[in-house]
Design a protein around this ligand. Structure first.
Ligand code: CA
Length: 233
């Protein structure tokens, strides 16, 4: 569960934010002045800080300055007054990740919170999945359903290119340049040969030949688009 620190001196606003965040599955802590807000933020117990500018004891700019000066990179969303655009600029230059102008709708704040948490904390995608076909980019393992499949390095690279572009037609030239680099002439049939290997290992129906254009990875589980008839029709 993600923990969010709210540094805000107006109880009406802090409880509005805290209530909304809790009902969306976050845990919240409220600090009503800057000095304790800074101490909480430095504790490493929070995934994100929502920081007001006008605060007793220590203002939001100072809190942000001190955090960044101490090497603390916790994502910070600043709350600014709509009538002071200079505050916004100063906040972003001071190391804030985003800002909200007061007054705001809760949905707007929630969207920014989710965005910041994803950007700053989600690991890079390491598993690609289309239907029951899975490639783990870290272990270099391929699976079809529960069955693990041995792929050579080149087959794996070709499969990865298809899984990164599902349902798109990839021409032989595109596949050559992405998987083989400069090693082969444009007229080479190596792509067709390796598509044949992949079909043999992953299932022939997964990789469609699009005549005169190239190849396309399809989701074998979900059948052809014609099968998905709109029930309203
Ligand atoms: Ca305030």
């Amino acid at each position: 569960m993600k923990r969010i620190l709210i540094v805000e001196d107006e109880p009406r606003i802090s409880s509005f934010i805290a209530k909304g965040l809790r009902s969306n599955g976050f845990t919240t802590t409220v600090a009503a002045e800057g000095r304790s807000g800074f101490d909480y933020a430095m504790s490493d117990e929070f995934d994100l800080v929502i920081l007001d500018i006008g605060l007793p004891e220590m203002d939001g700019f100072t809190v942000l300055d001190r955090l960044r000066a101490a090497g603390n990179r916790v994502p910070v969303i600043i709350l600014t007054a709509r009538d002071s655009p200079t505050d916004t600029v100063a906040a972003l230059e001071g190391g804030a990740d985003d800002y909200m102008s007061k007054p705001f709708r809760f949905d707007e704040l929630l969207a920014r919170v989710r965005l910041r948490l994803r950007v700053d904390h989600s690991p890079e995608v390491v598993v690609l999945t289309v239907g029951d076909l899975t490639l783990d980019l870290r272990t270099r393992r391929a699976r079809v359903g529960a069955r693990s499949v041995d792929l050579s390095a080149r087959e794996f690279a070709l499969a990865e290119t298809f899984l990164r572009n599902p349902d798109q037609v990839l021409s032989r030239e595109q596949l050559l340049s992405r998987v083989w680099g400069y090693d082969f002439e444009p007229g080479s049939n190596v792509v067709d040969v390796y598509v044949g290997y992949l079909r043999g290992k992953l299932g022939a129906e997964r990789i469609e030949t699009v005549r005169g254009m190239g190849y396309r990875l399809t989701d074998a589980e979900h059948g052809t688009p014609e099968a998905e008839v709109d029930s309203d029709a």
